[in-house]
Design a binder for this molecule. Structure first.
Ligand SMILES: Cc1cc2nc3c(=O)[nH]c(=O)nc-3n(C[C@H](O)[C@H](O)[C@H](O)COP(=O)(O)OP(=O)(O)OC[C@H]3O[C@@H](n4cnc5c(N)ncnc54)[C@H](O)[C@@H]3O)c2cc1C
Length: 468
């Protein structure tokens, strides 16, 4: 009989067991009926397999990673994830690889600048970020080695407060990476350890994925893999000059007294030419840290973690504030690649963004804004190169865009960093600002507009301070 010929016997519960393995959905399994033998036609078996997928909302098919992409982004931090999203927007077939598994922590002050927010708004992530734990800041408090302090609000030209934003990197980076994951192919736990070359042109990556070596080719490889970038090193663009690298440590604390909506930058004697910071965080926590340029660390043989403990426990301005505090994470250290000496940003078949390109502000230590900005610009330049038959000459425009937008600002900040070495000058400016509103307004304008920073290098500025 034909009916019998096409029949197949299956256990209903077994079909669901397979699904459990794929989806990890326990509830469905617990609710399942006891196994019954059921006789169904072959056609129906196919239907049974696909239907529960819809019910359990299993959307994504298993991703097959190809051996070739138009672009490969190495590193899923803010620079890499933003670059990947702009590549997707511009129709470039992209793979984003990341050695860690998200969510992962990144040692940072967690403070987002205006530049970061511009990019996040353009990617429509600004609304998502306010939904995750964060803190809003409305100004910056500076203190001098002498002990004067002044709070300067974040105001724009019209005198309106432009709030700042602090979001722990474990949360922020995960949010941005997960958005990128929706738009491009991604591989977590893929560590790139070299590049593939053909006649000195970079043509792909070599890395470890699940313990096995894997090679994937691309028209262009973007190094967004941070300060010690493997892509930069392999391409010959890594710079480690200790005058342009900064060492910094950070820990989270609870119950630090006197934390307000200000970010706090303290020019403490033992930390100069760097600073000690206390930033308000979500859930009553504070991000506490300090950073000093590497050449000074080497010269003075400074142990940053010990120095931080000393400031927190013994400095007259802070010991009371930290007396009843609880340190909730260990003191962790990492490096910042200052843009006072930018790295080569592109070459044949490769480009660098963010810390890999050395774009951190040498005075404030902010790097996320420039990482995101460079991610956006490199993606747009690659898209243009693609439209022109992968003309590599076009990548020059990436370097030009970085130079036009960032160089003046980075050099001004570098001057300010060196200015900060002079304790008497820091005492003088913060001391004057603590007494005069006119001086506070001057400083407020230098925080919000890059051009105004130039004022610090005008001798007349100091004369004006004297009489303000
Ligand atoms: C203590 C400290 C405080 C700071 N405070 C601030 C602040 O308050 N505000 C601010 O804006 N900036 C701050 N910065 C700077 C900021 O952290 C960086 O500028 C920013 O993270 C740069 O982003 P990125 O995407 O270029 O690199 P990263 O954020 O470093 O991301 C690089 C990614 O690449 C991955 N990766 C690395 N190597 C490989 C590999 N071989 N293969 C695959 N993946 C790899 C890493 O796992 C990581 O996810 C601070 C830095 C430090 C150290």
């Amino acid at each position: 009989m034909p009916k019998v010929k096409n029949k197949k016997t299956v256990k209903k519960s077994e079909t669901k067991k397979v699904l459990k393995k794929k989806t990890g959905n326990k509830k469905k399994i617990i609710k399942k009926k006891p196994a019954v033998k059921k006789t169904v036609a072959k056609k129906k078996i196919v239907k049974k397999k696909s239907k529960p997928k819809e019910i359990l909302n299993v959307k994504k098919p298993v991703k097959i990673i190809k051996n070739f992409y138009e672009a490969i982004v190495v590193g899923g931090g803010p620079g890499g994830s933003v670059a990947a999203m702009y590549l997707a927007r511009n129709g470039v077939d992209t793979l984003l690889v990341e050695k860690a598994k998200f969510p992962r922590d990144k040692t940072c002050g967690d403070a987002l600048s205006g530049k970061s927010r511009e990019v996040l708004e353009e990617l429509q992530l600004d609304k998502k970020i306010v939904e995750v734990p964060h803190a809003i800041t409305t100004g910056v408090l500076f203190s001098s080695p002498k002990g004067d302090s002044v709070s300067i609000p974040f105001k724009n030209d019209k005198g309106e407060i432009i709030p700042g934003f602090i979001c722990r990197r474990e949360i922020l980076d995960n949010l941005i990476f997960q958005e990128a994951k929706k738009q491009v192919s991604t591989l977590e736990e893929f560590e790139v350890n070299s590049l593939m070359f053909e006649n000195e042109k970079v043509v792909g990556i070599v890395g470890k994925y699940k313990g096995e070596e894997r090679k994937i080719k691309a028209k262009v490889v973007i190094g967004a893999d941070g300060v010690y970038s493997t892509v930069a090193r392999t391409a010959g663009a890594l710079e480690t000059n200790p005058d342009h690298i900064c060492g910094a440590v950070r820990a989270y604390y609870k119950n630090v007294k006197g934390v307000t909506n200000d970010i706090e930058l303290h020019f403490v004697d033992s930390v100069i030419p760097g600073y000690f910071w206390i930033f308000p965080c979500d859930n009553g926590m504070a991000n506490v840290g300090l950073g000093i340029i590497d050449s000074e660390i080497i010269k003075k043989k400074i142990n940053l973690a010990r120095l931080m403990e000393d400031v927190v426990q013994n400095h007259p301005m802070f010991k009371e504030r930290f007396k009843d505090s609880e340190q909730v994470t260990p003191i962790k250290g990492w490096k910042l690649s200052f843009g006072s000496k930018r790295r080569k940003s592109y070459g044949d078949g490769w480009a660098l963004v963010g810390d890999a390109a050395g774009l951190v502000d040498p005075f404030t230590g902010e790097g996320m804004g420039n990482a995101m900005y460079s991610g956006k610009v490199v993606a747009e330049t690659i898209a243009k190169s693609k439209q022109n038959g992968w003309n590599s000459e076009i990548m020059k425009e990436y370097e030009t865009a970085l130079s036009n937008k960032l160089d003046a600002e980075l050099q001004q900040s570098y001057k300010m960093q060196r200015w900060g070495k002079h304790t008497w000058l820091v005492n003088y400016i913060i001391g004057r600002a603590s007494k005069s509103e006119t001086v506070r307004n001057y400083i407020a304008s230098t925080i919000t507009t890059a051009d105004a920073k130039q004022e610090y290098f005008n001798p007349l500025f100091y004369l004006r301070l004297l009489f303000a």
